[in-house]
Design a protein around this ligand. Structure first.
Ligand code: E4P
Length: 227
């Protein structure tokens, strides 16, 4: 499974890019808000300038399909490596599938986002034009947040995505480092993780005895600081 970084802090993105473990990047309006971004286009162009040769996804901002189409065309023009993120519906639940189909026919690489059901996966994959490269972002973490195990759905989604050349399944809304191994087991092509999860990568391969010791050392250090 390819590891992507999910975030909008430019320094973290560049650092991840230079380190070499990360193979692509995802962003979304909520992550940008959290990072304090006010100038979307300036941020995006700065990111593309620093990361010119790895897939990077930027989401449309509008809730209106006609405006979304124009935004998508503009975002796509920013770079060869750009995927345009289109939510599976607008905020009143109207389907984005006609827009997805139209943009895909124009050859724009899409990352369809906020997908949580198999029906959405199937319809999205069917809407992609032949010969285009696209990402299907299934929010496994949000499925898990509702008390449902996302693994059976992710396995089925992987099989559906394999049937359309150029389509990659992305495990989105990761919640813990274990998700990387689960995404691999489900045959996902990509998993995107926040910096908080990526920070835990050094734990991989450590013995549990070592992690136990480090935990006690943390308690001990914090106890001393308490006085
Ligand atoms: C990635 O592309 C998604 O936008 C992101 O993983 C969503 O994460 P969340 O469900 O934690 O908001």
């Amino acid at each position: 499974v390819k590891l992507y970084a999910d975030g909008a802090v430019i320094e973290e993105m560049v650092d991840a890019y230079e380190r070499g473990t990360i193979k692509g990047f995802t962003t979304n309006p909520s992550l940008m808000k959290k990072a304090g971004i006010t100038e979307y286009e300036t941020f995006a162009k700065q990111a593309i300038n620093k990361i010119p040769d790895m897939p990077i996804s930027f989401e449309v901002f509008s809730d209106d399909f006609e405006i979304m189409e124009k935004e998508a065309e503009k975002i796509a023009s920013w770079g060869e490596n750009v995927y345009v993120k289109i939510p599976i519906s607008n905020s009143i639940g109207e389907s984005s599938l006609p827009l997805i189909q139209s943009l895909s026919e124009k050859g724009i690489s899409l990352n369809v986002t906020a997908i949580l059901t198999m029906e959405q996966v199937r319809e999205t994959v069917a809407a992609f034009a032949e010969g285009t490269n696209n990402i299907v972002s299934v929010f496994a973490g949000r499925i898990a947040d509702s008390g449902i195990d996302p693994i059976p759905l992710m396995k089925e989604a992987a099989q559906v995505c394999k049937q359309k050349k150029g389509t990659e399944l992305l495990w989105a809304s990761s919640r813990e480092l274990l998700n990387i191994f689960q995404a691999e087991e489900c045959e996902c092509d990509i998993i995107t993780c926040t910096q908080e999860i990526l920070n835990k990568l050094p734990n991989v391969g450590k013995s549990l005895e070592q992690i136990s010791l480090e935990t006690v050392q943390m308690f001990s250090k914090d106890s001393k600081e308490l006085g």
